[in-house]
Design a protein. Structure first.
Length: 162
């Protein structure tokens, strides 16, 4: 049976990442591990040339959203009893950045949702979870939208039907 010391979960605010987050909490508690919560903001490339001030505003607003998102997830994890929680964020491709963080921080397990927020990328070049599954050097758990996940009295109910 594997033993996990560092568990990395990718979050983007989607229902799927919520399921992954709570699954990661369950596993982190079971193994008394450290939880690494990762959010990757994709840089937006302007369609038309813009002055640098406008581009900086876009980058800043994305970072603020990611920072707030990570603060919320960290707060949830700590309220559920986790003591060893670290948040990580960056700009770039979630596919490669999640794997990069996993490698840099020696993660034993990556937990991600089955689908995320970026539907266009999924259509054209495949999902983040597919890429991570193929290229990760550690274990990967794809958290599906189950009917119910219970964590310390909390539950998430999926809107999908079997």
């Amino acid at each position: 049976m594997p033993y996990y010391e560092k568990i990395l979960v990718g979050v983007d605010g989607s229902e799927s990442s919520e399921v992954a987050f709570y699954r990661a909490i369950e596993i982190t508690k079971e193994y008394h591990a450290q939880l690494l919560i990762v959010h990757i903001s994709e840089e937006r490339i302007p369609a038309a040339p813009m002055d640098s001030g406008t581009v900086d505003i876009e980058k800043g607003s994305g970072k603020n959203h990611g920072g707030t998102l990570l603060e919320d997830y960290e707060q949830k994890a700590r309220k559920l009893g986790l003591k060893h929680v670290k948040t990580l964020s960056n700009y770039g491709s979630p596919k490669t950045e999640i794997l990069s963080f996993a490698s840099m921080h020696d993660a034993d397990l990556i937990v991600c949702g089955a689908t995320g927020l970026n539907a266009m990328e999924r259509i054209f070049i495949g999902s983040v979870s597919q890429y991570i599954t193929r290229h990760a050097t550690c274990d990967v758990l794809i958290a599906r939208n189950s009917h119910k996940i219970e964590v310390s009295g909390l539950s998430i109910k999926s809107t999908s039907k079997l």
